[in-house]
Write a protein that binds this ligand. Sequence first.
Ligand code: G3H
Ligand code: 13P
Ligand code: NA
Ligand code: ZN
Length: 328
Amino acid sequence: ALVSLRQLLDHAAEHDYGLPAFNVNNLEQVRAIMEGARAVQAPVILQASAGARKYAGEHFLRHLITAAVESYPEIPIVMHQDHGASPAVCVSAIRNGFTSVMMDGSLREDGKTPADHAYNAEVTRKVVEISHSIGVSVEGELGVLGSLETMKGDKEDGHGAEGTMTREQLLTDPEEAARFVAETQVDALAIAIGTSHGAYKFSRKPTGDILAIDRIKEIHARIPNTHLVMHGSSSVPQELLAEIREFGGDMKETYGVPVEEIVQGIRHGVRKVNIDTDIRLAMTAAIRRVLATKKGEFDPRKYLEVAQDAAKKVVIARLEAFGCAGQA
Ligand code: G3H
Ligand code: 13P
Ligand code: NA
Ligand code: ZN
């Protein structure tokens, strides 16, 4: 059944677990996630970015997720808009049946230009007003996602051209977070603590010094009733990189966010953990393996089925690690 993000994250907070939010663009990803959820009886968050809507079209996305709700009736599902760039994008998601929207007002509507606090609070408050009146949840974002290793803002988050930033610029300020939540009444807040989007996050395995887990604690203490969200939380498994390289892919050395660090984050108030890249890597590795080893294969179902299984494994691993297995 479809549920709102607020319902699911309130349950997660009450029972001390976290939920991965997986990005979906197509049938195979939706099925992989739902099969994983069913296997361990976990609730799930399926989220679609603007890119997903552009790729699949809003009708296909809506029906894919509706199909998941019908095919897996025992699983609570949140249908969430990821990184909505304007109130208009959020409203159109709501009209398509989404039960939760992210208003990412940390950037202007072009998705590139950093926005100031006043703009962010204004557009986010507007979306909360509309959404809450019809039971839809809202996630906001405050801060600049970026690496505390390179001291650079997240390119995919619109900060690539800004050069080096200070540590404080790359971390969400707890006092500002408290002010933002009071102004907007968001249900969930994406915070900057050293993660960034995409496969290339860190040049070595990160530990406490490049992920600011302490900052999560400080923010959670100020806004205990707002669910914290970690974007850019793929772990970039080394075995998937090795498989991609083995079967002809070209991927540079890179490290993601270790699952243990995410689990620490969950202990300190993180409830929603955004994962897209790990599913991409798993599917690509599997497809490369099939195409490289079964050179006569030309039925897409053969390699897409293997890709689904590979994605399902990642899904189950995260559902179990974050404590949501058995919570459906
Ligand atoms: O936040 C970004 C997600 O990984 C979605 O990526 O815009 O390529 O669909 P996308
Ligand atoms: P990754 O690129 O680390 O998977 O992050 C995805 C994300 O934050 C989507 O909003
Ligand atoms: Na941002
Ligand atoms: Zn994100």
